[in-house]
Design a protein around this ligand. Structure first.
Ligand code: HEC
Length: 139
């Protein structure tokens, strides 16, 4: 009897460890940014991006939508690192690499906030390599 309970307890412990471990992984891999970053990004967006991508991020005459299904279909399953790097290397196309990594990070935080992601306590990292294992959702 005692052995039975012991083995039951042991399997419960294993399940608990598996669950808490996957929880920790999810927390680490989910997209994080702060409200301050998104707000700073909004200011930068108006100055550097809005002319092409539009004030609603989907009504630009010279840039593709940065919200909605078309945008999410392109980026779903790709890494946050790729999005940071792409934006840093390619945007704005009329003044390439004029923004710092930190500014691009704030811009990406702003764009993701407009794609229904919620800000939190943990800031988004600026180094694309550090965000290489963080994936955009929208599967
Ligand atoms: C001169 C017009 C122009 C400006 C200014 C501009 N963009 Fe773009 N942007 C484009 C065009 C055109 C594309 C589509 C081609 C491409 O992905 O390179 C694009 C694509 C993008 C993409 C990829 C979207 C996708 O569908 O994959 C992101 C992200 C982006 N821009 C962000 C920005 C940010 C942030 C700024 C401001 C720093 C900015 N853009 C400024 C024209 C512009």
């Amino acid at each position: 009897m005692l052995a039975y309970y012991r083995s039951k307890l042991f399997s419960l412990l294993i399940i608990f460890l598996a669950l808490s471990n996957s929880g920790a992984l999810n927390a680490q891999e989910s997209i994080q940014f702060t409200l301050d970053q998104a707000n700073a990004g909004e200011t930068l967006y108006k100055l550097n991006c809005q002319a092409c991508h539009g004030n609603r991020l989907s009504n630009g005459q010279f840039g593709t939508p940065l919200i909605g299904r078309a945008f999410r279909n392109i980026w779903k399953g790709k890494s946050l690192g790729e999005l940071l790097q792409h934006t840093w290397e390619k945007m704005p196309p009329d003044d390439l690499m004029s923004l710092t990594r930190e500014e691009v990070t704030n811009l990406v935080a702003f764009i993701l906030s407009r794609n229904d992601m919620k800000p939190g306590e943990v800031p988004m990292v600026s180094d694309p390599e550090q965000a290489a294992d963080t994936y955009l959702p929208w599967e």
